[in-house]
Design a binder for this molecule. Structure first.
Ligand code: FAD
Length: 285
């Protein structure tokens, strides 16, 4: 099913997983998926590690398995900075043959180990290419607190609008910890005439390593309430785990109540954590 259809029908609840890391066998994903199936997600997205055909194969394999073995719709991520048009065309053909109908079209993070593509500079270039080349439903990424490299918040929204006009039927947001940032972003999108469904990306922060990575990596603002929880429980693993889950549940309940188009849960391949969140919101979905 093309995801655009899904968003016409309901407030969507979706999950994100990553393919097994280099050292882990590809089959280790099944344990994760077995656990996540119980959350009855509307779709599951699969991340893509930029560069190398091995990464594509992993994303492709997991996305196919979600769709055909688990009977859950899948959304395959594809980032373009390291690829040329012929390579992307080959990957799209593989997606098509594997029954994958939905692609999250991304630029990918700039990384010295990835040789930059001459064909694709921004996600918008990839979206245009996919639209012209194949019959896929295309999603894009968005940033409630502005993409870290953007010239300005206004420029970021202008380019987001270009992305949507190029052919995105829905957007998934970067994670955020203050729902007010997301609501302000929705207002700015509406004013700009961006009117495709926008899913809120939520990541439960349940351990100390995550807190440390969070602050440096994604640029999300950490609200006072969040910092207090992290400070108080950072050396108490069980309390931190429980408080992190409660914080994510609180965010999701508010988002669902405010009528957002959907919630996308970054599961970090931790079905138990995801299930605890789901248990608290299941009747709201
Ligand atoms: P773009 O939309 O191309 O934007 C990148 C920057 O360029 C922004 O600052 C934008 O303002 C600017 N820009 C856009 N168009 C123009 C233009 N025409 N001229 C000048 N500036 C422009 N990364 C992965 O490698 N694999 C994944 O699986 C993955 N999954 C993700 C899922 C989600 C939901 C999100 C939010 C991010 C994900 N990422 C993933 C990270 C993503 O690749 C990075 O955030 C990357 O830095 C930007 O990707 P983008 O597609 O948003 O880029």
């Amino acid at each position: 099913m093309k995801l655009a259809e899904l968003f016409k029908q309901k407030q969507v609840f979706s999950l994100e997983v990553f393919p097994p890391k280099r050292e882990a066998p590809i089959d280790s994903i099944y344990k994760t998926l077995d656990g996540l199936k119980a959350l009855n997600p509307d779709f599951i997205s699969v991340t893509y590690g930029a560069g190398g055909s091995e990464n594509f194969e992993k994303t492709f394999h997991v996305a196919k398995s979600i769709k055909h073995d688990y009977n859950i719709e899948s959304l395959a991520h594809l980032s373009c900075i390291g690829l040329n048009k012929d390579e992307v065309k080959t990957l799209l053909d593989e997606f098509k043959q594997g029954g994958i109908e939905n692609i999250l079209a991304l630029r990918g993070d700039l990384n010295p180990s990835v040789k930059l593509s001459k064909d694709f500079r921004y996600a918008c270039d990839l979206i245009n290419f996919i639209r012209e080349t194949g019959d896929f439903d295309i999603a894009g990424a968005c940033y409630p607190e502005t993409h870290p490299e953007a010239q300005s918040p206004e420029a970021d929204i202008d380019f987001l609008k270009e992305k949507v006009e190029a052919g995105c039927t829905h957007l998934i947001s970067q994670l955020f910890f203050d729902n007010e940032d997301f609501y302000r972003f929705l207002d700015r999108c509406e004013k700009k005439g961006i009117n495709v469904p926008i899913e809120a990306g939520i990541m439960p922060v349940v351990n100390k390593a995550q807190i440390e990575r969070m602050a440096s990596l994604c640029g999300a603002r950490l609200p006072k309430k969040f910092i207090k929880i992290m400070d108080k429980y950072e050396n108490k693993p069980q309390q931190l785990h429980d408080a992190g889950i409660a914080y994510a549940v609180d965010q999701i309940v508010d988002l669902l109540t405010q009528g957002v188009d959907g919630v996308h849960l970054y599961t970090m391949n931790k079905p138990d954590t995801a299930f605890k969140i789901y248990r608290s919101i299941a009747t709201l979905l």
